[in-house]
Design a protein around this ligand. Structure first.
Ligand SMILES: [Fe+2]
Ligand SMILES: [Fe+2]
Length: 167
């Protein structure tokens, strides 16, 4: 089913499609984070990735709650955007030898992931509110808050330590 296929007729359909997109993305992130935890050499960075892996598992289950509220079975649709971000992260990590530089690259990749999630959740929350589904919006907001906090933590780690060490 392509994004512009005629299966999406209403805002409710589009909301559901976008929910399926981020459901797929969160599941891909659960699969990708263990590799990033392993590659990170800075202790705070690998600990941060570990924490976010647990949070990401919660993001998956929160999405399942939203599907349930909508009377839908949880289902993912291919999201080439997140696949591309994760693939690029793997490529760049494979090209970096120096451990400090690798940490800086991993942070940049992780922030690209967080920003993708933030744009999706921001949209979904606005649409849920517009569609009169504040119950769904409230659940999605909890996840958005965690994505935001993770992004800020990564910025702080990069600017306070890791970029300096890498430069
Ligand atoms: Fe997430
Ligand atoms: Fe995230």
């Amino acid at each position: 089913m392509g994004f512009f296929s005629k299966d999406i007729k209403t805002m409710d359909d589009l909301f559901l499609h976008t929910l399926q997109d981020i459901y797929y993305a969160e599941n891909q992130i659960v699969k990708a984070l263990p590799g990033m935890i392993e590659k990170a050499t800075n202790r705070d960075l690998s600990a941060g990735f570990k924490t976010h892996l647990e949070e990401t598992k919660t993001h998956v289950s929160r999405l399942e709650q939203v599907f349930k509220l909508l009377g839908q079975d949880p289902k993912g649709v291919d999201c080439p955007a997140i696949d591309g971000i994760i693939e690029e992260a793997d490529d760049i990590a494979g090209d970096i030898d120096d451990k400090s530089v690798l940490d800086a690259g991993l942070i940049a990749a992780a922030q690209a992931v967080e920003h993708y999630e933030m744009t999706r959740y921001g949209t979904l929350i606005a649409w849920a509110q517009q569609l009169g589904r504040n119950d769904c919006a409230d659940i999605l907001q909890r996840t958005l808050d965690e994505e935001n906090a993770t992004d800020k933590k990564l910025t702080k780690l990069a600017e306070s330590k890791i970029n300096k060490k890498a430069a």
